[in-house]
Design a binder for this molecule. Structure first.
Ligand code: GLV
Ligand code: MG
Length: 350
């Protein structure tokens, strides 16, 4: 016997008067989810300038907000939601974990006050589909009660060993699921990994080349510790039609390493990453927008195979139906970027 809702009920609202869930996610460019601490009045006052520079503004209520500032952060988020017009820029909040003393009030205060403007709630430390079901039901009740006409989506942070074990069930838990972010800091702690970093590599995690007969020094190649988790997350997300993201990169001074981590995620299928510092906004834009050379090559593939079938040779490289689909992924993203970014629109020749 299956423990999931029937296909017909899957897409019906969970409360009378709540909006129906989306059948398909709204098409949105979300290259960076930019974190702001909403209890800080100076930063709150700068949100207006920030909005045109980023794809998503997220008011963070969880980790990095001190326990004695939790209420101020929640109130500050409501204030900044009310005070600004976000236009095409997404408005998200990261609420506190469901087992914390703050999560219920985060939800009960924010949804009535700012629910109509809120696109996505990021839920930390998701362990399994039960966490999503709880928030899903509660949001439907609140949407109905407060006549909110657009469903608020849920974005899960994948940051516990149990969450990774259940990643597919989390992705499948509700049509309210927007996507997932990899949370390397909490995940490292939960798994007992031996690192104190927030994402990125570790100098000791790697492969030593075989000894050479002449006794030359052996090369050591650093490896990506996050590869396994990221790959599982991307497969879970894409198979359920939701969006995968890389999360935070904590070494703000090492832009090159941040860029490398973001690019691995991008090449692997992720659509964006978190920016925790203003310098990471441009890194995310650069990485998650596509190189104009890639766009030009994708255009040549599509032009060589107008109906997407058959085979063609371009610069000595074989193209067929599958590379046409790869090219289509790139061009769809390029068009989405071009719709928000006039500079790149020109570079892409779109
Ligand atoms: C993010 O929340 C992380 O724990 O890495
Ligand atoms: Mg975390």
């Amino acid at each position: 016997m299956s423990a999931t809702r029937t296909p017909a009920k899957h897409f019906s609202a969970l409360a009378v008067g709540a909006p129906d869930p989306y059948r398909q996610l709204p098409v949105k460019l979300e290259r960076m989810i930019h974190f702001v601490p909403p209890h800080n009045e100076k930063i709150r006052n700068r949100v207006r300038e920030l909005i045109p520079q980023v794809d998503v503004v997220l008011g963070n209520l969880e980790d990095a907000i001190p326990a004695d500032a939790k209420t101020a952060a929640r109130r500050g988020f409501i204030e900044m939601a009310k005070a600004n017009d976000f236009g095409e820029t997404g408005l998200w909040t990261r609420i506190n974990a469901l087992n914390s003393p703050w999560a219920l009030d985060d939800i009960l205060e924010i949804v009535p006050a700012a629910g109509a403007k809120l696109d996505v709630i990021m839920l930390p430390k998701v362990e399994g589909p039960w966490d999503i079901h709880y928030l899903d039901q509660l949001l439907a009740q609140l949407e109905a009660k407060h006549a909110i006409s657009k469903p608020i989506l849920i974005h899960a942070i994948l940051e516990t060993a149990e969450g990774v074990k259940n990643v597919e069930a989390i992705a499948a838990a509700s049509p309210r699921m927007h996507g997932m972010s990899l949370g390397p800091a909490d995940l490292a702690a939960s798994r007992g990994m031996k690192t104190t970093r927030v994402g990125g590599g570790h100098p000791a995690y790697g492969i030593l080349a075989d000894p050479s007969p002449d006794g030359a020094p052996r090369a050591f190649f650093q490896q990506d510790m996050w590869h396994y988790t990221l790959a599982r997350m991307v497969d879970a997300c894409l198979s359920y039609g939701i969006k995968p993201f890389y999360g935070p990169f904590g070494d703000f001074a090492d832009g090159a390493a941040c860029e490398a981590q973001f690019r691995n995620a991008f090449l692997h299928g992720c659509v964006g990453a978190w920016s925790l510092h203003p310098s990471q906004i441009d890194i995310a834009k650069r990485v998650f927008s596509l190189d104009p050379k890639e766009v030009a090559f994708a255009k040549r593939i599509v032009e060589a195979m107008p109906d997407g079938t058959g085979a063609a040779m371009i610069d000595g490289k074989m193209q067929d139906d599958a590379t046409w689909k790869q090219a289509k992924v790139l061009l769809d993203l390029a068009k989405l970027v071009a719709s928000r970014d006039p500079e790149r629109k020109a570079l892409y020749g779109l």
